[in-house]
Design a protein around this ligand. Structure first.
Ligand SMILES: Cc1cc2nc3c(=O)[nH]c(=O)nc-3n(C[C@H](O)[C@H](O)[C@H](O)COP(=O)(O)OP(=O)(O)OC[C@H]3O[C@@H](n4cnc5c(N)ncnc54)[C@H](O)[C@@H]3O)c2cc1C
Length: 391
């Protein structure tokens, strides 16, 4: 079944799952940094690991407009949970857009079921925003590409099976982006080999975004056959563009996660402002609190509409780096501001781990950093503005 009826049924099933199986556990898992293994199994059953993978390969083939509703709904309950399938879908999107027919047949059906899962390996200790500065290399030895280097902060790095890895296949290329490629590398054990030069390093202990594994990955003479190079011969030198192309959907997804945080902060505040009394009346009757609630609701609604508009542009197949950048920038700032306003509305109780707002406050800032920092988003928006309005 496909179409709007199917999308509504899926959203309904996700809402029920969140209420039944996720909400009661979030606080404990988040504070104790517990990987939600059983929720991952439930996400597989819901088809979330194949949400944007084409039906031809066993995915749900959802439009971006439906995908953002799902991501927002899940993030209203627990943003980190959406990271487990969102990073995975970024890897899948790269294979779906740029892989050879054989690579699509090989990877996508198992990515869609979640049997094989993973994420995106771009960042290195010395290169995050400046991706052209990465040092990981894949050098052809006549039979294989031999990969050496180190990645950092990689989501799903511990519990995933595969990573879409950005490397330099020609470290001398000028500009450097012309010598970059993406490989789908796999953990030892996936193909029955016990040691293959791919090691998982330290796990990061984080301020927020807890529960999901953020890892260091180490490559020491990992031998990749040409079949692991995305696009094979025509993919060499295209990795930078593939990574940046995948980020459009990634940015829309960060915007949707941010809407989830902004909405959760608003909902918590609207409820608390009616419960908490000072000077003989509920605090929502004080004008200072009303001003905050009014701003929070407006910010959330503006963020939601920008996110929907970017998703619609993506679904139409339009170039949408400016729209995705605007949505990501505005929604993530809205998430931070709404979580901060919620902290103020909750007063001293906001500092207690018994209330959800302290978690929202810790999760929100990541949205300003991931998939291109908000500094970069504004620069992308400005460049596109000039590009589209040349005199
Ligand atoms: C919890 C978490 C999960 C992550 N998951 C992943 C993942 O799964 N895969 C992955 O590859 N990466 C991941 N990352 C890394 C993330 O994408 C990077 O942190 C991000 O791209 C920023 O890079 P950086 O930290 O190296 O900052 P830097 O690039 O060092 O930037 C530092 C500051 O300088 C600013 N800046 C840099 N260059 C410019 C410029 N030209 N003009 C103006 N300002 C500039 C930045 O905006 C920022 O404010 C994750 C990070 C975190 C914290």
């Amino acid at each position: 079944m496909s179409g709007e009826g199917h999308d509504d049924a899926l959203l309904d099933a996700i809402a029920k799952w969140l209420a039944r199986d996720v909400k009661p556990k979030v606080m404990k898992y988040e504070h104790d940094d517990i990987y939600p293994a059983e929720m991952v199994e439930q996400m597989k059953e819901l088809g979330l690991f194949g949400a944007t993978i084409s039906e031809e390969y066993g995915g749900l083939g959802l439009r971006a407009t439906t995908y953002v509703k799902i991501v927002q709904t899940i993030s209203e309950t627990w943003m980190a949970l959406s990271g487990i399938f969102n990073s995975h879908l970024m890897m899948a999107t790269i294979v779906q857009k740029f892989g050879t027919p054989a690579q699509k047949q090989y990877y996508l059906p198992k990515f869609a079921t979640g049997e094989w899962r993973g994420g995106l390996g771009l960042t290195e200790p010395d290169a995050g925003t400046d991706l052209q500065g990465i040092r990981t290399q894949a050098i052809w030895d006549g039979a294989h590409y031999v990969i050496n280097g180190r990645k950092t902060w990689i989501s799903n790095g511990k519990y995933g099976t595969h990573v879409a890895l950005l490397v330099k296949t020609n470290p001398q290329a000028d500009p450097p982006r012309a010598g970059m490629s993406i490989f789908i590398v796999e953990k030892p054990g996936v193909a029955g080999v016990e040691k293959n030069g791919f090691e998982v390093g330290q796990k990061f202990d984080k301020l927020g975004y807890r529960g999901i594994d953020s890892m260091e990955l180490i490559f020491d003479d990992y031998k990749a056959p040409k079949s692991q190079l995305v696009g094979e011969d025509s993919g060499e030198g295209q990795g930078f563009y593939m990574a940046v192309g995948g980020l459009e959907l990634g940015r829309i997804n960060i915007a949707a996660r941010s809407c989830g945080i902004a909405k959760a902060a608003l909902d918590e505040s609207v409820r608390y402002a009616q419960e908490r009394k000072t000077f003989g009346k509920p605090i929502y009757q004080h004008q200072a609190i009303q001003l905050k609630l009014g701003e929070m609701a407006t910010r959330y609604e503006a963020a939601r509409l920008l996110t929907r508009s970017a998703a619609e542009a993506y679904d139409r197949g339009d170039r949408c780096d400016m729209e995705a950048g605007m949505a990501k920038y505005f929604a993530s700032e809205a998430g931070v501001e709404n979580s901060m306003d919620a902290m103020r509305i909750f007063g001293g109780y906001s500092y207690s781990k018994e209330y959800r707002v302290e978690q929202l406050f810790r999760d929100a800032p990541l949205m300003c950093i991931g998939e291109g920092t908000n500094e970069m988003q504004r620069m992308i928006i400005a460049k596109q503005l000039v590009e589209r309005n040349k005199i």
